[in-house]
Design a protein around this ligand. Structure first.
Ligand SMILES: Nc1ncnc2c1ncn2[C@@H]1O[C@H](COP(=O)(O)OP(=O)(O)OP(=O)(O)O)[C@@H](O)[C@H]1O
Length: 570
């Protein structure tokens, strides 16, 4: 159902929603009361009665004036409070939906695009309550009550008012929405064409310039821009026409009420001093109805945003199993890791990236996984870190199947350096503290020294230009050293680092990980004699595994051939 999830979230903010509607209603009614009482006062004053007879009306005008100011403030305050609380809930809800399927999402969408889209769509949904839900509720209540008030004078007045309501709040917005719906595809097309031109201009700037095509591209971009502006103008004119018609109808209603009022006064059914009150009341009540012209647009926009926000999580991206609750008894001791006949294909991929992989890392053992690019090495870590669940076979840490283990406490077991490591736009210090929130400055400096970054001040901004790719990689290693978890996962950790620094890092790293279980992924074959076991993997299958000596003894072994090839190259 449309807006089902949004409405469910909204019900959690009942209190503020009810208060917003109450204050909105009071604000509208007091506006009507103020103008009505004002009109009545002027009419009465024109008859020059003794001043004391006007006292009550003057008090009423003052009362409505004050009530209007107070309730307007209350309405703004409560409606925004409700809106922001709903928005907060919505953000948390969307985050909870996406968090378990994040790896699947990022393998499907470009992460930057998706995040930007998500953030803007969620933000757009904040207007759902403010512009879609609550104004019509207030409007209907106000029109109902005003209609009932007018029945006191004549049923005809009420009929005219409700007829006006039908046209202004229902018929005109519906017709307008139908016309705009027909214009939307053109707008979308022009929008897409312009974004296309702009991104080609932006990303292909150097090529366009060197091939002398820049001015041609500029012209094309300007043409698309003018086309889009024209289409937007046309849509805006239609919108303005709708608003003008709605306002025109509300004036016609006021005129109709005036006309009827005069007839009623002539017939002696209504006192003449009430005439101004009737006209002003019927005019003011439409203040709540004329904004309805924009309602279909807001509904459409919210619906589109809602569809996009939830479409990502509604796809077949759900984790295949529910996570278990088994906590890890102690994260201090090294743990064994076992893969038993594990096969896995990434969501949407027909080809399996792992095919019946079995191996064991004993507690405290150091195991290298080597193999050519694309052979499935990183995938082993992705499964171990529980970024994906849809594999067959079993993965165990200690005696527990990881599918049954509590996700967060399991991750405490790992210190990880992946091929690409994310750093927050913050200082070196803050980025390091992520791994150990209570780490002291001395500890931070010690790990920086370990990766030969002692000259890097802790307050340097990581995403600033001062840090090179190799330094970022070393920083990731420093972060890993700081976490001090019992299982260490290293994926191509010295990519982008020169051989001398690499040697320095390894001389710190191996002593540091002594006693820990280590999986070290690499396609470089140096230092592998330090490993307890080497697993050679190609096209998702294990080709051979054993100690360095065992593999080097195999006459036609894959590893031996690789090693020989590397030595020849060196
Ligand atoms: N997110 C993903 N979505 C779909 N397919 C993927 C994804 N990540 C990897 N693959 C595919 O899985 C296979 C194994 O990839 P993996 O990254 O595990 O290889 P690798 O041995 O670590 O390679 P490299 O040394 O280049 O990092 C490759 O064919 C790759 O195309």
């Amino acid at each position: 159902m449309k807006f089902y999830r949004l409405l469910r979230l909204m019900t959690k903010e009942k209190k503020y929603i009810c208060l917003a509607i109450l204050f909105g209603f009071l604000a509208a009614i007091s506006s009507i009361g103020l103008l009505g009482a004002g009109g009545y006062l002027i009419s009465q004053a024109a008859l020059e009665p003794p001043l004391y007879t006007l006292t009550l009306t003057i008090i009423a005008v003052r009362f409505f004036g004050l009530l209007r100011a107070g309730s307007r403030y209350g309405e703004r305050y409560m409606s925004h409070k409700a809106t922001f609380r709903i928005l907060g809930r919505l953000r948390a809800y969307v985050y909870d939906l996406l968090e378990p399927v994040t790896p699947q999402i990022f393998s499907k969408y470009r992460s930057g695009d998706l995040l930007a889209r998500m953030v803007s769509d969620v933000d757009r949904l904040q207007f759902f309550f403010l512009k879609v839900v609550y104004p019509p509720v207030v409007m209907v209540i106000v029109f109902l009550l005003t209609g009932i008030f007018l029945i006191r004078f004549s049923l005809l007045l009420t009929v005219v008012l409700w007829l006006g309501f039908f046209f202004v709040a229902i018929a005109v917005p519906m017709i307008l929405s139908m016309v705009q719906k027909r214009m939307k595809p053109v707008l979308r097309e022009k929008n897409g064409a312009l974004s296309n031109e702009v991104s080609e201009l932006f990303y292909g700037f150097t090529d366009l310039k060197t091939n002398l095509q820049l001015s041609k591209k500029n012209e094309a971009t300007e043409y698309e821009s003018a086309e889009l502006i024209n289409a937007q103008e046309r849509e805006h004119i239609v919108q303005l026409k709708g608003e003008t018609i709605a306002k025109g109808i509300s004036f016609m209603v006021a005129l109709g009420v005036l006309f009827l009022g005069v007839m009623l006064v002539n017939a002696g059914e209504v006192n003449g001093v009430m005439l101004a009150l009737l006209v002003l009341v019927s005019l003011t009540v439409f203040e709540t109805a004329t904004p309805m012209v924009e309602l279909p647009g807001h509904i459409e926009e919210s619906h589109e945003a809602e569809r996009r926000v939830f479409s990502v999580s509604d796809q077949d991206l759900k984790p295949i199993v529910e996570k278990g609750e088994i906590g890890v008894a102690s994260s201090r001791f090294p743990q064994s890791i076992t893969f038993q006949n594990v096969s896995f294909a990434y969501p949407g991929n027909e080809r399996s990236s792992l095919k019946g992989i079995s191996f064991r890392v004993n507690p405290g053992e150091k195991v290298a996984i080597v193999g050519p690019s694309g052979s499935g090495k990183t995938t082993v870590l992705q499964l171990l870190l529980q970024f994906y669940y849809g594999y067959s076979g079993e993965i165990n840490i200690g005696n527990h199947d990881i599918k049954l283990m509590n996700e967060e406490s399991t991750r405490e077991l790992f210190s990880v350096v992946m091929q690409e490591n994310y750093f927050f736009q913050d200082t070196v210090k803050k980025n390091l503290l992520l791994a150990k929130p209570n780490g002291t400055e001395a500890e931070l400096k010690r790990v920086l020294e370990a990766v030969s970054l002692q000259k890097l001040p802790l307050e340097t901004m990581v995403n600033g230009m001062e840090i090179s790719g190799g330094e970022r990689q070393r920083l990731a290693i420093a972060r890993m050293l700081l976490k001090d978890a019992p299982i260490v996962l290293l994926d191509e950790l010295t990519t982008g680092i020169d051989s001398i620094t690499e040697q320095e890092i390894f001389s710190v790293l191996w002593p540091h990980v002594r006693g820990k279980s280590v999986i070290y992924i690499t396609h470089r074959l140096r230092d592998l004699h330090l490993m307890d076991k080497i697993i050679v993997i190609d096209k998702g299958r294990i080709l051979e595994q054993g100690t360095y000596k065992e593999l080097m003894k195999k006459q036609h072994g894959y590893f031996r051939r690789l090693k020989q090839l590397e030595q020849e190259l060196v």
